[in-house]
Design a protein around this ligand. Structure first.
Ligand SMILES: Nc1ncnc2c1ncn2[C@@H]1O[C@H](COP(=O)(O)OP(=O)(O)O)[C@@H](O)[C@H]1O
Ligand SMILES: [Mg+2]
Length: 391
């Protein structure tokens, strides 16, 4: 079964498209894909900002992101009719900004000085996802951008991007913390023996000082604004609005494609719009005219003729045989995904010779993604084929 081709050029140039979120397992190429799509959109005339998360150093440098500054910076793209802006998420700064915006300077300082806040804002699992959504909400609210491309944090599971903000919102709204503090408070003196034991163990693990810190922090937040969960919910809703599209990225590996599969199911369950799947870093053979078996056979025959040249030719034939085998394996995995999700449009992007870390590399990748150079199956019109949006 062959997959429907995904038309990313149509997607990113459509004025109705305002947000594109690139999701997927760790290390598959989300950051690179985000930057390449943003470049393509700027070259097509749009004013675009890419919110990157933890880009590799050389890629960050080529986008002019030499330090975390949490604000979009214009990237010079000679000859582009549009504008490319890039920023790198600074989760602690984003968190600090929220606190500062909702508090008096004194109170904000109290929170900043709190050791629990310092841990929470810089290393708590879920903070990065929460702050990525928060930043997306801010960028969207500024209405300064035709298109916002969002890279997602390097979590193990792609689903974390959708789940972590809510989890974090619930946590910050204090439900769990209040429960932990409950036995010491009046009104909760009837808490069950089991719960008391549980909470004593948690206090031991976390340490009394940390619990006092948390308590002070939550008290400060409570009086400030009680709405971390509401904020998370509001941004989550943004992802379901018309104009937002998800692009799922995977490598041609079983784990990454399984992760993509979960994510696709989840998007559909949530009524979130999926543009399609990018299978990144594939290894198409130089030619498909010679099969792996025949190349192996030919290598044997050539070797029998003897001589230095024969060794060389045989080696080349063997490399070809390996490429053919790898390509077949990758195709098999992609086909398996497509039989499970026939409705999902797919675009394959071959592995570049080296890492993608400059504008030229991004441009090549963009061409593969948008189909300017890529091999669209013959006879397939390059129309915009997107799954119907669920009501
Ligand atoms: N098509 C490609 N060809 C070659 N290298 C690639 C390609 N896509 C991504 N890379 C490289 O793979 C590495 C991981 O990519 P990255 O975008 O950082 O992944 P993620 O954001 O999903 O963790 C980077 O070094 C990047 O340059
Ligand atoms: Mg990344």
């Amino acid at each position: 079964m062959s997959a429907r081709p995904m038309d990313l050029q149509a997607l990113i140039t459509d004025p109705e498209t305002r947000i594109v979120v690139c999701c997927g397992a760790g290390g598959v190429g989300k950051t690179t894909t985000s930057a390449a799509l943003a470049l393509a959109a700027a070259e097509a005339g749009r004013t675009v900002v890419v919110l990157t998360i933890d880009p590799a150093r050389r890629l960050a440098q080529s986008l002019g992101l030499t330090e975390l500054d949490n604000e979009p910076r214009r990237v010079d793209v000679p000859g582009a009719p549009g504008e490319l802006h890039a920023m790198m998420l600074d989760m602690k700064r984003t968190f600090d900004d929220i606190v500062a915006a909702h508090s008096t300077p004194d109170r904000a300082q109290q929170i900043f000085d709190n050791p629990f806040y310092q841990t929470l804002s810089s290393s708590f699992s879920g903070t990065q996802e929460y702050m990525a959504m928060e930043k997306l909400g801010q960028l969207r609210a500024s209405d300064q951008w035709d298109l916002i491309i969002v890279d997602t944090p390097p979590s193990r599971s792609a689903l974390d991007f959708l789940d972590a903000p809510n989890r974090m919102g619930r946590f910050l709204d204090g439900t769990m913390i209040r429960l932990l503090m409950a036995p010491s408070r009046a009104g909760f003196k009837f808490a069950s023996a089991g719960f008391l034991l549980f909470s004593r163990i948690v206090s031991k693990i976390l340490g009394g000082q940390l619990l006092r810190d948390i308590s002070a922090f939550v008290a400060a937040l409570d009086t400030m604004f009680g709405g971390f969960r509401e904020r998370a919910t509001a941004t989550y809703e943004l992802l379901r609005r018309p104009g937002t599209w998800f692009v799922v990225v995977a490598s041609p590996e079983p784990d990454a494609l399984r992760e993509a599969s979960y994510f696709v199911d989840r998007l559909s369950a949530e009524g979130m719009p999926l543009a399609g799947l990018v299978v990144n870093r594939t290894h198409p053979p130089a030619t498909a005219a010679l099969s792996a078996t025949r190349a192996e056979g030919a290598a044997e025959e050539v070797l029998e003729t003897g001589g230095a040249e024969a060794t060389f030719v045989a080696a080349a034939l063997r490399v070809h045989a390996e490429r053919m085998t790898q390509a077949a394996r990758e195709q098999h995995l992609a086909d398996r995904f497509t039989s499970a999700h026939p409705e999902v449009a797919v675009r394959t992007v071959p592995a570049a010779a080296g890492d993608v870390h400059d504008l030229d590399g991004l441009r090549t990748m963009a061409a593969e993604l948008t189909g300017a150079d890529a091999d669209t199956p013959t006879g397939t019109p390059r129309t915009r084929i997107l799954p119907a949006r669920r009501a």
